[in-house]
Design a binder for this molecule. Structure first.
Ligand code: ATP
Ligand code: MG
Length: 456
């Protein structure tokens, strides 16, 4: 059936291929095999977008692939996928080459238990979305479209290939990929595909925590994270992957500070503002934006609907649990939870002692905390006073020594004749405070002042 719809399309512009891809295609061609560039890079080329890496699909069967590419790593011999190491800095690490295949008998919602080698049109049918199933033939400079991908690309539609319910049952990761591609490309999800996502949202629980984490991270650090969050929520996927966020919906806030709406609406807006203000943002900061108010529903019910006091502490705990559940590293989890736990500190900055303020602004990762606060403020009442004050201090601090740079050490105090004891801590803290307040700049100055103030 798929063969009948197959169309070869001539491309107007040249698809510039890096040497490693050209060499691999040539080697396959010279050995008498059909070999095409497939998937994401062809899609991105047609859209005039930058592409991440190239994949090759070929008629060469697994044994032949191993023979032609002796350095390759076999990913799944039965599936006919190899990875050829490139050893090129800055480029993708591997080139993936896969034999044209038909997958069947998905038992675990992730891996086919049987594959059969076939031609490109059948290979296209096992791929996820129509716009991900283009094959570029470098010899003729034509693109094979056997599943109506070109029409969907032109119309900006993410459409599952074949019967959506079946395709999502086969592999539930596709549920999240649909939302990711829709957000990344600014495409809408086809109605039947969207219905199947809603109906099959629970299947996503079959996907490993690591894969869920990676897909969500790609969405949150990508081009349109707010749209992705809204789609995940409205399609019922958020309830499966981060159920804690669902409670944010419908929790009302003061319209004075939050004219944007309830806690979920505010969250989506913060995610959006962060992306607008920081096109390149770390995964930790991006996750913190999504989770910064995740403690509000808990605090709200603890405080019997009166206020959200303490929500940052509740949020810190929940964010840590979510990060751990999604198998983030200890460090990532700590950074995300820390950002959530500290996101309200800005309202105290005008009451802080100089040294406390300096420590606040000079803490590790303050740039991320500041970016989160800026987005939080922009997404609520727009009060930028705290941001401007702290941003100014942060710039200024760049020229002052950091708390980690100690002007005076315990060793220095011993040499000055002090006996080790609690007084050491007092003196070192005093020196650090004076340094953070900009009153001590050099070691000599500091030693002189220690003698003046502490030697009886
Ligand atoms: P990206 O720009 O994110 O790399 P991509 O389309 O290249 O997007 P990859 O994950 O690199 O996506 O996969 C390469 C190709 O393999 C896809 O274009 C698609 O044809 C196919 N593919 C990947 N994952 C799946 C899946 N879960 N189910 C079906 N086909 C898939
Ligand atoms: Mg890719």
């Amino acid at each position: 059936m798929a063969e009948n719809r197959s169309k070869w399309i001539r491309t107007e512009k040249r698809f510039p291929l890096p040497d490693y891809a050209r060499h691999a295609l040539k080697r396959l061609d010279e050995a008498g095999h059909v070999a095409y560039i497939v998937g994401g890079s062809v899609r991105d080329f047609l859209l005039g977008r930058e592409y991440k890496d190239h994949d090759i699909a070929t008629s060469a069967e697994p044994d032949e692939l191993c023979r032609l590419f002796p350095d390759s790593v076999t990913v799944g011999r039965a599936f006919g996928v190899i990875k050829v190491p490139l050893g090129i800095a800055g480029e993708a690490e591997f080139l993936e080459i896969a034999t044209f295949r038909k997958d069947s008998d998905y038992k675990d919602g992730r891996h086919p238990s049987k594959v059969q080698f076939c031609g490109p049109a059948e290979d296209a049918a096992r791929r996820d979305f129509t716009i991900n199933a283009f094959y570029y033939d470098p010899k003729t400079q034509r693109i094979l479209d056997s599943v109506g991908g070109m029409a969907d690309l032109r119309a900006g539609i993410i459409r599952a290939i074949g019967e959506p319910e079946k395709r999502f049952r086969e592999d539930a990761l596709r549920l999240l990929r649909a939302v990711r591609f829709s957000a990344a490309l600014g495409f809408r999800i086809d109605e039947n595909t969207a219905k199947a996502i809603s109906a099959g949202a629970r299947l996503v629980s079959r996907v490993s925590a690591e894969r869920i984490r990676d897909e969500l991270t790609l969405m949150l650090t990508g081009r349109a994270p707010a749209g992705a969050c809204e789609d995940l929520m409205s399609l019922g996927l958020m309830a499966q992957v981060i159920p804690e966020t669902v409670a944010m919906k419908g929790i009302k806030q003061s319209s004075l500070y939050h004219p944007e709406g309830d806690v979920w609406r505010h969250t989506v807006k913060v995610v959006d503002c962060l992306a607008a203000q920081n096109t390149a943002r770390s995964m930790e900061l991006s996750w913190a934006a999504l989770l910064h108010d995740v403690g509000k529903p808990v605090a709200y019910s603890r405080n019997v609907g009166k206020n959200f006091n303490g929500h940052e502490k509740d949020g810190m705990k929940l964010a840590g649990q979510i990060a751990d559940r999604l198998r983030m590293s200890r460090e990532q989890s700590t950074v995300i939870a820390g950002l959530v736990g500290n996101h309200l500190k800005f309202k105290d900055v005008f009451n802080m002692r100089e040294a406390t303020l300096s420590r606040f602004v000079m803490q590790d990762g303050f740039d991320m905390l500041l970016a989160l606060h800026r987005a939080d403020a922009a997404a609520s009442d727009g009060n930028m006073v705290y941001h401007e004050f702290c941003a100014g201090r942060f710039c200024e601090m760049g020229t002052r020594p950091s708390a980690a740079e100690k002007l005076v050490t315990g060793e220095d105090l011993l040499q000055l004749g002090f006996s080790p004891g609690p007084v050491f801590t007092d003196i070192l803290k005093w020196v650090e405070d004076m340094m953070l307040e900009g009153k001590l700049k050099t070691k000599d100055q500091a030693l002189e002042q220690v003698v003046k103030n502490f030697v009886k």
